[in-house]
Design a protein around this ligand. Structure first.
Ligand SMILES: Cc1ncc(COP(=O)(O)O)c(C=O)c1O
Length: 380
């Protein structure tokens, strides 16, 4: 990569700051030759539960598995409906299908782009068993309203914490609100493994026990299967890497927040840009720095034309940008059989045309943030 180019994330720059510790830690695992369900995972589970303000944590093979096993352990299965935001990553809905249930897509709040509790309220039926609140980009969903609704209607509330590890709301870590939370340690996440990994966080002993069983072929004892399970274990090498990196997580989030503040300051007087909402009682983890670029009438039939123009301009300057997500789930080919129609979830659909994520990673320099901001401002 040329020094003039600015990527979305720079994992090599991060590795350079922790290389010695990581290599030493991996070496320890190699010396023990214990790779599956060993002491590193146990320690990491204890440390993450404590970090997130939960009693229990169970490591699994990915964030998607964490969601699927969380749903199954909460009793969600065939014939159940699960309400989730249409404006999220495919995995949130894929997990519902993998658990045997039916996804029902809700619209988003226009300010935070997180699931709109009012949209959830009108979708609840006799068959609704659970709601998944995704803390998109690292910013808190409206947990108070969702908790109130879940409790009133007897629903399980699961947090998809894949993008928001380390963020908080009213002084409580995200991931500590629902019946349980599922998080992802995909390499580019704020806390990323060197491969796939995920975790379920809960205070509920039964849910934790069941997830621990499901991730290991449903076994209650050696070769005794209490129920059909799967192989979804967070291995010792990933656990030890994550334990090293977890020591830096708060510092990395602080650096992200400082870059986000700089972007916000630079975009203050740019009318066409809406910067991410950082609610006063919450701490955003800025997994992604996602602005909304207002679509403009008279620019043609494509409502994303202005956003796409900005993205192309950035690319011409050697600056990466990305769209999370270009198509809401109710309009995805994978879910066509559920009958979603364009115009049904207007906030999610509009967001898909307007969002643009800009480079943001802890090792970025202020000069790089300014270069991105300058390039966005000059094209608008
Ligand atoms: C919101 C959301 N949910 C779920 C996942 C799935 O996590 P994983 O990639 O670890 O399976 C991701 C990760 O990309 C995500 O961003």
């Amino acid at each position: 990569m040329s020094t003039r180019e600015i990527p979305m994330v720079d994992l090599r720059a991060q590795f350079a700051t922790i290389e010695k510790e990581v290599r030493q830690a991996i070496d320890e695992v190699l010396t023990t030759q214990i790779f599956i369900l060993g002491p590193q995972l146990e320690a990491f589970e204890r440390e993450m539960a404590q970090y997130c303000g939960r009693r229990l944590a169970i490591g699994v093979a990915s964030g998607t598995d964490a969601l699927t096993l969380a749903l199954r352990a909460c009793g969600v299965g065939s014939g159940d409906e699960v309400i989730l935001p249409a404006f999220t990553f495919l995995a949130t809905a894929g997990a519902v299908i993998a658990a045997g249930a039916r996804p029902v897509f809700a619209d988003s709040d226009p300010k935070t782009l997180n699931i709109d509790p009012e949209s959830v309220r009108v979708l609840v039926t006799q068959r609704t068993k659970a709601v998944i609140a995704v803390h998109l980009y690292g910013g808190a969903a409206e947990m108070n309203a969702l908790l109130e609704l879940a409790s009133r209607r007897g629903l399980v509330l699961i947090e998809d914490n894949a993008q928001s590890l380390g963020a908080s709301l009213s002084g409580k870590k995200l991931g500590s609100f629902g019946t349980c939370a599922a998080t992802s340690f995909y390499p580019s996440k704020n806390l990323g493994a060197y491969g796939d990994a995920g975790m379920i966080l809960t205070d509920n002993d039964e849910v934790a026990e069941r997830v621990a069983r499901l991730r290991n072929h449903g076994q209650t004892g050696r070769y005794i299967g209490a129920e059909p399970g799967c192989n979804s274990r967070l291995d010792e090498i990933q656990a030890v890497v994550l334990r090293v990196k977890a020591r830096y997580l708060d510092r990395w989030i602080a650096a992200r927040r400082s870059h986000a503040a700089r972007y916000k300051q630079r975009f203050t007087n740019v009318n066409a840009i809406r910067t991410p909402s950082d609610e006063p009682n919450s701490v955003h983890s800025y997994y992604l720095y996602t602005v909304q670029i207002a679509s403009e009438r008279g620019l043609g039939d494509n409502p994303a034309v202005r956003r796409d123009h900005v993205a192309r301009h950035l690319a011409s300057r050697g600056i990466a940008s990305s769209i999370f997500y270009p198509l809401p789930l109710h309009l995805q080919p994978a879910y066509a059989s559920l009958g979603g129609k364009a115009g049904q979830l207007p906030v999610a659909e509009r967001a898909a045309h307007e969002v643009l994520s800009l480079p943001l990673y802890p090792e970025m320099t202020t000069e790089q943030v300014d270069r991105v901001a300058d390039s966005v401002i000059e094209v608008l």
